[in-house]
Design a binder for this molecule. Structure first.
Ligand code: ADP
Ligand code: MG
Length: 475
């Protein structure tokens, strides 16, 4: 269905076509008509990357009183990055409307945000719960005329511990406000919040055969934790085009992996909680502009990031919470493009993998690591290609090599060797060490501990990060 069929106003239609959107996504087809007409609360569930943002921004913009410059809508997002993304979508969709928006979130000084609120008089404020509460308390953010509260990525927000903050914000708004919530999953906390604070919301659910996007090919690979990085490197080395996000469990792992990749000459940026806002922005910009091929991040830092054309998502271990899996892999395969998700899984985590498969209603395929023969071939051919480029530029063009005088030492040194011996000498000198490394790690793949364990006996089993604690049978 095309956007034209909604018969939106000219300014909205123009903005939508400037953005290159022609057909409305399924979420948009379902949510927009409800949000335009339904006067009560609303809850929408759909997987990531389905266009939920435009689904609420379009009807919202129709409902902004253009004559009033008071804050009329509050959009809550779990992270600063998401606040920026929603803000950008608002700005694009409101391109031909006299509607202003601003962002407020923690980690940056108050001054600019306060100035924006006071001077620009935005009708739409997008932000994270903590800073919004601060500004409400300081009486800088005035919500007397706020008629819409939008809770975006609600499951993420609650996972991150914002339950009380969200409730405080709900309570500080007018009784007759409309609340719209969007969430990829409906876990218990989300349902509890709806039951507690929403009044008979209209529920919209976009059913999919599978919870995660079908455009994402999903694989797993069983590797011991200490070999995760090497396994990752093999995939990167053997994949021609790779523009990817790599998820780690902790800040420390994120930092270490990024540093390691840099030493290998891979262009990578890291995103984790220890960085200041300026550093985070810098990293995001570098990655978005494709000046870095990889973004290494923790779950929290990588939430909801919408960067186009990500080809791969790598999981350095399965996420602690199964729901995070869906969010992680949803960073690729966005807006109809294809993507690949590869999860490195410890032998003990196979059970968790099965739970995830059950949750998403889809099988995750086992993938073999690129084998050492392939890797060696790639290494040698990479070098040969570079040498060949020089040959093409010089020999094939009948030019002379630009060669330093010291070449004469080189030339005379191995005079007694045959051509065959010289080639072998150069090959060994150049490749032996790297080839030995590949051979040493030939058997990275581990065997899954795929025992049938009854759900009862599984209770209380905990990961210790290095593998599994003793098997339940031995207890
Ligand atoms: P979600 O919030 O459901 O995860 P987003 O709203 O972030 O998804 O949208 C994902 C991507 O798809 C964004 O880059 C957005 O600009 C794009 N997009 C949204 N709607 C459409 C559409 N109708 N046609 C083309 N691209 C779209
Ligand atoms: Mg979203």
């Amino acid at each position: 269905m095309s956007f034209k069929e909604f018969q939106l106003s000219q300014p909205l239609n123009n903005a939508i076509s400037d953005m290159g959107f022609t057909k409305a996504s399924e979420v948009q087809q379902k949510a927009i008509p409800i949000l335009r007409t339904h006067k009560g609360d609303f809850v929408g569930q759909a997987q990531t990357g389905t266009g939920k943002t435009a689904a609420f921004v379009i009807p919202l913009l129709e409902q902004i009183d253009l004559d009033s410059k008071n804050v009329q809508t509050l959009v809550l997002t779990p992270t600063r990055e998401l606040a920026n993304q929603v803000y950008e979508e608002v700005v694009k969709l409101a391109k031909y409307l006299p509607v202003k928006a601003t962002t407020v979130y923690g980690g940056v000084p108050y001054t600019r945000q306060i100035n924006a609120l006071k001077k620009d008089r935005p009708q739409i404020v997008v932000g994270t719960p903590g800073r919004i509460i601060d500004l409400i308390k300081q009486k800088i953010l005035k919500l007397n005329d706020c008629h819409h509260l939008i809770i975006d990525e609600a499951d993420e927000m609650l996972n991150m511990g914002f339950v009380e903050d969200v409730q405080t914000i709900i309570d500080s708004l007018n009784k007759n406000k409309r609340m719209w919530m969007f969430s990829a999953t409906m876990h218990a906390q989300v349902i509890r919040l709806i039951e507690k604070k929403f009044s008979k919301p209209k529920i919209m659910k976009v059913e999919k055969k599978t919870l995660s996007n079908e455009d994402i090919k999903q694989y797993y690979c069983v590797v011991r934790k200490k070999y995760f990085v090497e396994a990752l490197q093999r995939f990167i080395d053997s994949t021609e085009e790779c523009y990817g996000m790599i998820f780690c469990e902790t800040r420390q792992e994120t930092k270490e992996l990024a540093e390691f990749m840099l030493t290998k000459g891979i262009s990578v940026v890291a995103l984790h909680g220890e960085l200041g806002q300026a550093q985070r922005d810098f990293a995001m910009r570098k990655f978005k502009e494709k000046r870095a091929d990889f973004l290494v991040c923790t779950d929290v830092a990588g939430r909801g990031i919408d960067v186009s054309n990500i080809t791969h998502v790598f999981n350095m271990g399965l996420p602690r919470q199964n729901e995070s899996y869906v969010h992680r892999i949803g960073r690729t395969g966005r807006a109809g493009t294809k993507g690949t998700a590869i999860s490195f899984t410890t032998p003990g985590d196979i059970r968790k993998l099965k739970q995830i498969e059950y949750m998403i209603g889809q099988k995750i395929e086992k993938l073999k690591l690129p084998n050492s023969t392939d890797l060696k071939k790639i290494k040698v051919f990479n070098e040969l290609n570079k040498m060949n480029a020089l040959k093409v530029a010089v020999v094939d063009k009948d030019e002379a090599f630009k060669i330093d005088q010291t070449f004469e030492y080189f030339q005379g040194y191995f005079q007694d060797l045959s051509k065959d011996q010289i080639l072998k000498l150069l090959f060994s000198y150049r490749f032996n060490k790297e080839i030995r490394q590949i051979d040493d790690s030939a058997h990275l793949e581990a065997r899954p501990k795929d025992r049938q364990i009854s759900p009862r006996s599984n209770r209380g089993r905990r990961h210790n990060g290095k593998g599994f604690s003793r098997s339940s049978r031995s207890r």
